[in-house]
Design a protein around this ligand. Structure first.
Ligand code: NAP
Length: 243
């Protein structure tokens, strides 16, 4: 049996178990299992890994940074991003960390990008925003962070945002959890009235499929993309890494 799983906190809602079960059924992959490990402290992962049948783990909130000191090696990409969401257990038992969020984001954004989407606003400054920033750099797209607190030269607070920012940065990416089920009436406090057809709104939130952020953008003519495809693509990338 090859065992895989997800570590995180308060993750009973997780999509990953069902996703991999359906994938393995569809593709005729035998003798694999996927377990949700809802743990209170990242150190509990050591106990989990005493099971030598475990070949790989996904890592989610709040352990994407905390897992890093427990690993033997980290891919250059994950090291630069500063977050790991996939751990591979090597033949000799050593642990290597990767980041598949960056692949998931870049690949799901790519079909919607047009030449005028050359500057972006990244809403939020958590783990996911680091992977998004890394992907934007690789695509040659300049960006500014938007945060609840001023965080330096290349960041704005929500209060500071006006029409000029929205026109200057047509691509807007929600990397906050705002709008996630069940709090679906929440959305980031950007000036939605300034949005138009030239804007592309990408929401990392994947439940619901259309968030209030996306709905408000769509109503102003913006193109909108939800986080579900990114979620699927990062899971596929994790599987590829484990193989
Ligand atoms: N679709 C996918 O495949 C995928 C992959 C990864 C993550 N995600 C989703 O992306 C979201 C962010 O993930 P994460 O790991 O970066 O989370 P996180 O580390 O908790 O950070 C989210 C950031 O959002 C901002 N924020 C948090 N609460 C807020 C509030 N009440 N109002 C305004 N801003 C708030 C904060 O930035 P400031 O303090 O700077 O304001 C915070 O650093 C989650 O919903 C996660 O599920 C989706």
């Amino acid at each position: 049996m090859k065992k895989y799983g997800l570590i995180g906190r308060n993750i009973s809602y997780s999509f990953s178990g069902k996703y991999f079960a359906e994938k393995w059924e569809r593709e005729g992959v035998k003798d694999c299992s996927y377990t949700i490990y809802d743990i209170e402290k990242v150190e509990e992962v050591k106990k989990i890994l005493e099971d030598h049948e475990i070949k790989g783990l996904n890592v989610t909130i709040p352990y994407k940074l905390d897992i890093m000191p427990l690993l033997d090696d980290i891919s250059p990409e994950a090291r630069e991003i500063g977050a790991v969401n996939t751990v591979k257990v090597m033949e000799d038992g050593s642990l290597v960390g990767y980041n598949s969020d960056v692949y998931g984001f870049r690949s799901s954004l790519a079909p919607y990008l047009e030449s005028h989407h050359n500057r972006a606003l990244i809403l939020g400054t958590g783990g996911a925003s680091r992977a998004v920033a890394y992907a934007l750099k690789s695509l040659g797209i300049d960006f500014f962070y938007v945060s609840r607190e001023k965080k330096g030269e290349d960041s704005f607070t929500y209060d500071e945002l006006g029409e000029a920012h929205i026109k200057h940065c047509p691509l807007i990416i929600n990397c906050t959890p705002l709008g996630t089920f069940p709090a679906v009436d929440n959305c980031p406090a950007i000036p939605y009235q300034c949005l138009g057809e030239e804007n592309l709104l990408f929401d990392l939130v994947y439940n619901p499929r259309e968030t209030l952020f996306m709905k408000k953008g769509r109503e102003k003519g913006a193109v909108t993309v939800g986080g579900y495809t990114m979620l699927q693509l990062q899971a596929e990338k994790s599987w590829e890494i484990w193989q």
